[in-house]
Design a protein around this ligand. Structure first.
Ligand SMILES: [Zn+2]
Ligand SMILES: [Zn+2]
Length: 343
C-alpha cells in the first residue's frame, strides 16, 4: 500500500520534504481490530512537533496522521461492533491499558501506556491502517469525509479544553490564539454557553475579524488588556508570552487552560517576568490539556453534528503531504488541511 513515512527527525526549515512515499505491506487486523481503507486524513500541528522532535515517534519509519476517516475494509474475528463498509473515524488516542487507575477513572488520556495514532503506531497518511474497533467512532452523516477529519483532533481537543475550563453560562471566556482548535471552541462556546461573552486575543487582523464574524464580543492583539477580567482563558499558542498576558487578565479564582502539546523555547525568557501578586495570587489556576479520551471524541462528534460545526477544508493529495506540512509551518492557513487518500 502507498504510505508517506517519516524516516528520521529533521527541521522543516532545512528539509522541506521530511516524508517519503513508500510501498508498505497492507497491515493485517488483530482479533479485535478493524482494517480501515483510509479516505481522508487531517494534517495537524502535532505532526510538525513529531517531525521536528518535540514529540518524537519512538521508532522509524513511522506513518503519521491522527485525524483519520475511512471505511471498514475487514474486521478481526472478535471485532463485532463494526461491519465491513461502516464509516469510521480515528483520533489521537490509539489505545490505553484499560486497567490502571487513570483508565478506570475515565482519564485514559493520562494512562502511562497511552499510545498515540501516527506517533506510537502507524496512522492515516496511508491507504490502510488498523486500530482496535473500540477506538474507532462512527462519523455522523452530516459530515463529508473531508469535513470530519479535522474534527477528530482540533475539535475533540478543543472540546476537552472547554470541558476542563468548567465555564458556567454567563461567565466570561477568553481565547488566546485563534487557530484551528480555538475557532471551533468559539463555535462550541456560543452554542453551549449562550450568555457567555467571548474575548479573543489574536495577532493578525484577519484572525480577529474572523473571530468577530463568529460572534466574539471583543477581539484584539494579545498585548492588549481585555476590557474586563475573564473567568477562564484557553491558550492555544505555542509560546510563553501569552501565558503571562492571560494570567494578568484573569478574575480572582479564574482558570487558565493551556491547550498545547509542547511550548516552544523561543520566548521562555518571559517566564522570568512572572510576578506572583500580579499573575498568580488570588487563587488563579493553571491547567494543561493532555491528549483526549474516547468520550471527548464521541461527545464532540455528536455536538458538532447538532450545532452543526463544519470546518472549512483545503484538500491535498497524499503525495503532497510535505507541501501541506510546509504551508502549516509557514502559517499559510486557509481552512484545515486534509489529505485526500481515496474514496
Ligand atoms: Zn492533532
Ligand atoms: Zn491505563
Amino acid at each position: 500500500m502507498k504510505a508517506m513515512v517519516l524516516k528520521e527527525l529533521c527541521s522543516l526549515e532545512e528539509n522541506r520534504t521530511p516524508l517519503e512515499m513508500v510501498d508498505l505491506p497492507t497491515p493485517v487486523p488483530g482479533e479485535r481490530d478493524i482494517l480501515i481503507r483510509v479516505s481522508t486524513c487531517g494534517v495537524c500541528h502535532t505532526e510538525l512537533d513529531e517531525i521536528e522532535g518535540r514529540v518524537p515517534p519512538p521508532r522509524f519509519p513511522m506513518v503519521l496522521g491522527h485525524q483519520v476517516v475511512g471505511r471498514v475494509e475487514r474486521a478481526g474475528i472478535n471485532a463485532r461492533a463494526l461491519k465491513v463498509g461502516d464509516r469510521v473515524g480515528v483520533g489521537w488516542i490509539y489505545s490505553a491499558c484499560g486497567k490502571c487507575k487513570f483508565c478506570l477513572e475515565g482519564n485514559e488520556n493520562l494512562c502511562p501506556d497511552f499510545k498515540a495514532t501516527g506517533r506510537d503506531v502507524n496512522g492515516g497518511y496511508a491507504r490502510y491502517m488498523t486500530v482496535s474497533e473500540a477506538f474507532a467512532y462512527p462519523v455522523p452523516d452530516v459530515f463529508s469525509d473531508s469535513e470530519a477529519a479535522p474534527l477528530l483532533c482540533a475539535g475533540a481537543i478543543g472540546y476537552r479544553s472547554l470541558r476542563l475550563a468548567a465555564l458556567q453560562d454567563g461567565q466570561k471566556l477568553g481565547l488566546t490564539g485563534f487557530g484551528a482548535s480555538a475557532h471551533l471552541v468559539l463555535k462550541m462556546a456560543r452554542y453551549q454557553y449562550p450568555k457567555s461573552k467571548c474575548y479573543v486575543f489574536a495577532r493578525s487582523e484577519k484572525e480577529r475579524s474572523f473571530a468577530r464574524e463568529l460572534g466574539a464580543f471583543w477581539a484584539e492583539d494579545p498585548a492588549e488588556d481585555s476590557p474586563e477580567n475573564l473567568d477562564c482563558i484557553i491558550d492555544t499558542t505555542p509560546v510563553w508570552r501569552p501565558v503571562l498576558w492571560a494570567l494578568e487578565n484573569l478574575e480572582p479564582g479564574g482558570r487558565l487552560v493551556i491547550n498545547a502539546i509542547r511550548k516552544e523555547d523561543l520566548d521562555r525568557e518571559y517566564l522570568k517576568k512572572i510576578d506572583y501578586p500580579r499573575h498568580l495570587w488570588m487563587e488563579k489556576e493553571i491547567k494543561s490539556v493532555a491528549n483526549v479520551t474516547r468520550r471527548d471524541v464521541r461527545e464532540f462528534l455528536e455536538l458538532a453534528a447538532r450545532i452543526p460545526i463544519k470546518p472549512e477544508v483545503q484538500e491535498f493529495p497524499l503525495e503532497e503531504a510535505n507541501q501541506a506540512l510546509v504551508e502549516l509551518k509557514e502559517r499559510r492557513i486557509r481552512g484545515a488541511k486534509v489529505l485526500r487518500i481515496g474514496t
